[in-house]
Design a protein around this ligand. Structure first.
Ligand SMILES: *Cc1c(COP(=O)(O)O)cnc(C)c1O
Length: 466
């Protein structure tokens, strides 16, 4: 293009002010914050100018310009954090917010947060009270532990425990348990941050009681056992049970801690799901401290629960780090309601969404998958089938346990599974699915009854059915 031509085209573009004062500009100002309208106008006009200078010919008719600006404004005003539909079948999907909260947890958040509460106020005595007093009694009741406290997440609980019990001293851990969980939690790194010194024993596949025993010295402050969570060593292996470690600790007067990771309060084994012992059984071994997450198998909000001997809990509460790791009233409210549900196992299984999804019967999942499939418009380019597959607990919980499930499987003649997956993911509401071989799979385990028609509608629009 000639330079003169470029100049003419640049001159032909409207100015920022002019656009703002035009009918579209006034409409946007009535709907959206001024800063985002201005930002979008400036950005779009700048993009057009750059395109023209580079010799391109972007659409500069008024309608195209308006559409371009509107698209940017909508992007700026849409909240980044949004609700999404989990069709992956992974119940505790860390990237999708882990455990959805129960109705009673949500009601409790609303009730406690919309006004004032006795968060740190002792109503009986009319003076300052303790934030964690509300929960420690309930946790003690449910886990059988004589002491309990709560922090921001399980990583924080481990950090606080190591810092409180073993700063500047040695902590013995099996090499088979030096795990990384989800990229950001690595046992050796947390150990270093806490100021404790890691004393590795054994090998990756085998650690014996004598390995621990030989490592004990004057510097030993703690024996730590870590749940392997999202990985499993199989084959020629052996590790030392928590019972044996507790006996060893007793002989040498060294406390023993077990980072349980997920921490199960409901006996899933009894329902044929996995082999995870419940927290109460672990506490009964006489271990000094257990820590676990609030938003894994427990099915509550993000939190770290520490349950154990009162003197250990007291040391953790006294640590200045505890203040930096404390939980807020909304979390406390949700956690209180979630723990309360466990007072009655049957109630917990019905009320807590994560448990409900884990325990859902294959027939009921199949029925939901069939309802979803029947809501999808048929066509000769598309094949829609209900197939059997397996889903997982996720969040490092129940490693190696596969849960029998049913999925809606979709194949399209001209759209690849990747293209379908992307369209579902980037629309509103976002639907996150998975791909297996050459099909898109929507796992009905994690899709609720209410979401079935919504997912069907999204699919129809993505498939061009409606
Ligand atoms: C998940 C997990 C953690 C981290 O818990 P968060 O609540 O995510 O901080 C720590 N240890 C183990 C063994 C875990 O499985």
């Amino acid at each position: 293009m000639e330079t003169a031509d470029i100049k003419t085209r640049l001159k032909g573009l409207p100015g920022v002010d002019e656009t703002l004062k035009g009918p579209e500009g006034r409409k946007w100002l009535s709907l959206y914050p001024r800063r985002f309208v201005l930002k979008a106008i400036r950005e779009h006009l700048e993009d057009l100018r750059n395109g023209i200078r580079k010799g391109g010919s972007p659409a500069t008719d008024p309608d195209s310009i308006s559409r371009g600006i509107e698209c940017l404004v909508l992007g700026y005003v849409a909240p980044s954090l949004r609700a999404a539909i989990n069709a992956t079948g992974v119940v505790l999907h860390t990237n999708l917010g882990r455990a959805p909260l129960s109705e009673s947890a949500l009601n409790s958040i609303l009730e406690i947060s919309k006004g004032y509460s006795n968060l740190e106020y002792n109503l009986k005595e009319g003076k300052r009270g303790k934030r964690y007093a509300h929960l420690s009694g309930l946790i003690k009741e449910i886990t059988g532990a004589p002491g309990a406290t709560v922090v921001n997440n399980n990583a924080a609980a481990v950090l606080l425990a190591l810092s409180s019990l073993a700063k500047g001293k040695e902590v013995i851990v099996s090499r088979g348990e030096l795990v990384e969980i989800g990229g950001s939690f690595r046992v050796p790194d947390v150990m270093a941050q806490s100021g404790a010194v890691l004393r590795e024993v054994g090998t990756t596949n085998k650690t014996h009681l004598r390995d621990y025993e030989r490592a004990i010295c004057g510097e030993t402050a703690l024996i730590l056992k870590v749940h392997q969570s999202n990985y499993r060593i199989t084959g020629f292996t052996s590790d030392v049970s928590v019972e044996e470690l507790v006996a060893l600790g007793k002989r040498h007067s060294i406390p023993v801690m077990f980072d349980l990771g997920s921490g199960c309060l409901f006996d899933l084994r009894g329902r044929g799901v996995g082999t995870e012992p419940v927290v109460k059984e672990v506490v009964e071994t006489g271990v000094d401290l257990v820590t676990f997450s609030g938003d894994k198998l427990l099915g509550g909000p993000q939190a770290g629960i520490a349950a154990g001997k009162p003197e250990v809990i007291e040391k953790m509460n006294q640590n200045p780090l505890a203040r930096a790791l404390r939980i807020d009233k909304m979390t406390l409210a949700a956690l209180q309601a979630t723990f309360f549900a466990y007072a009655d196992e049957e109630r917990a299984a019905k009320e807590i969404p994560a448990l409900r999804m884990l325990l859902d019967r294959p027939e009921s999942i199949r029925e939901r998958a069939e309802r979803l499939a029947s809501g999808i418009g048929k066509g000769k380019n598309i094949s829609v089938d209900v197939i059997e597959d397996s889903s997982e607990a996720g969040g490092g919980s129940l490693p190696g346990v596969s849960l029998r499930t049913f999925c809606v499987s979709i194949r399209h003649n001209s759209l690849t599974p990747n293209a379908l997956e992307e369209r579902l993911r980037t629309g509103a509401p976002p639907v996150i699915a998975r791909i297996k071989e050459d099909a898109l799979l929507l796992d009905a385990r994690t899709i609720s009854d209410d979401e079935v028609p919504v997912v069907a509608e999204r699919l129809n629009s993505v498939l061009g059915r409606r």
